[in-house]
Design a protein around this ligand. Structure first.
Ligand SMILES: [Zn+2]
Ligand SMILES: [Zn+2]
Length: 420
């Protein structure tokens, strides 16, 4: 409350025309509470009375940056500007006066920018985590400011403030990161060029992270198939970051590959699309995804602790004429075989499968309409008791005929082993 006392005494000094004292008290109020616009207004008023108009204007600008709608600061600043060119009115024609006031206003603005830039050193507005100008700054309950993304990445590993180690679990549970408006206003007003540069870097990063051909994030875990749901439990910090990025960029997609002892992960995989994410208080999440497209891995890479890959998408090769008719009859026969197998399952087994993957899809009305082929094939491959190693070759096939023949062999084998 001391800042209010100083501010009030400053006003009293002003009314007694003790402007130096008024200024000192106003400065005290600003020191005690720098983000309080009224303190800066008092300081500006004292400076005007002392004839220090440029410094007064700087204070009014600070008010506007703290409180963009502060009408008093705006009108006062305007008055100061007008008054300071009022001297010219007596001896100069009107046009001259306007021209002059424009020149003067520009000069004042220049002087202000450099004055404020001196006060606001860009390094004061640097994030201690990325050493760059704050981007979407947020302030923690312990009073430390970071870029939103930088803070999130730290909290992935440890729910403590990166600077003072204060426990931030409660803050994390709420997931309400308030952007620091004052900081953002200051940056956008006085460090416009730096902010534009920072935004450009951010946009380039987003564009790079959005690319679904190069450097595509890869989750190394399980087999996934086009059109088949794939629920995932995310707890490793690197995958938390990966999932958040997929959502921030708006692609909502990442690749899923089976692990491989030698290469790290398999040469073929499936692009998954995030449909829903459920966050838990400890930072874990359950992600509901569905398979979209198959791909071949061209090159392995890495980014911030998780795997990425340059990939090429696979599509079934379409056939025409006799081959198309043969394909249709093969398809119908294998579909019936699959139904026989599904209906031979025990009730509880079938229930479990349908709870996880949904019921077996119907036949597609147009056999070759989808570049992935009929979705029931992928559903069946996901639920058949096959090991990942046995499922994997099916992802690589771009011939529906070969895929159907393969499925037929598996079903035949299952039927025989049951009868034995
Ligand atoms: Zn940062
Ligand atoms: Zn802290």
């Amino acid at each position: 409350m001391d800042h209010i006392l100083f501010s009030n005494r400053s006003q009293i000094h002003s009314s007694l025309k003790h402007y130096e004292k008024a200024l000192r008290d106003a400065e005290m109020a600003c020191c005690l509470k720098p983000d309080w616009s009224k303190g800066h207004i008092r300081k500006a008023q004292a400076l005007v009375s002392l004839g220090r108009t440029e410094e007064a204007l700087r204070e009014y600008l600070l008010c506007v940056s703290i409180e963009p709608d502060c009408r008093l600061a705006k009108t006062e600043a305007h008055k100061v500007n007008m008054d300071s060119c009022g001297y010219l009115l007596h001896s100069t024609p009107l046009e001259e006066c306007i021209k002059d006031s424009v020149v003067k206003a520009a000069a004042v603005t220049d002087a202000l920018s450099s004055a404020v830039s001196e006060v606001l050193d860009p390094t004061d507005l640097e994030c201690s985590l990325c050493m760059r100008l704050f981007y979407e700054p947020v302030t923690t309950p312990c009073g430390h400011t970071f870029c939103l993304q930088c803070l999130e990445r730290c909290l992935d590993h440890n729910p403590k403030c990166p600077l003072c180690k204060e426990e931030l679990s409660d803050y994390l549970v709420q997931r309400k990161y308030c952007k620091t408006a004052l900081m953002e206003n200051l940056i956008s007003k006085f460090l416009t060029a730096e902010l534009m540069e920072r935004q450009k870097i951010h946009q380039e990063e987003i564009a790079e992270l959005s690319n679904l051909n190069k450097h595509v994030p890869i989750f190394v875990c399980t087999m996934a198939f086009p059109t088949v749901p794939c629920p995932l439990h995310i707890f490793e910090p690197c995958y938390r970051l990966m999932i958040r990025r997929c959502m921030e960029t708006g692609t909502n997609c990442f690749g899923m590959c089976l692990g491989d002892e030698l290469k790290g992960f398999a040469d073929y995989g499936c692009l998954l699309e995030i449909r829903d994410v459920q966050f838990f208080s400890d930072g874990r999440s359950v992600v509901d995804t569905i398979g979209r497209r198959r791909f071949k891995v061209i090159q392995h890479r890495e980014r911030d602790g998780y795997n990425t890959a340059d990939i090429e998408y696979l599509e079934d090769v379409k056939v025409e004429g006799v081959a198309k008719r043969e394909l249709q009859s093969l398809h119908d026969a294998v579909y019936d075989q699959a139904l026989v197998w599904v209906n031979s399952l025990k009730a509880e087994q079938k229930e479990r499968i349908e709870g996880h993957f949904g019921p077996m899809p119907e036949k597609d009305s147009e056999l070759q309409a989808s570049p992935n082929g009929p979705s029931w094939c992928w559903w069946l491959l996901a639920v058949l008791p096959l090991e990942g190693r046995a499922q994997l070759p099916f992802l690589a096939l771009t011939s529906l005929k070969d895929r159907l023949s393969g499925i037929r062999k598996v079903l035949l084998f299952m039927a025989q082993s049951r009868h034995r």
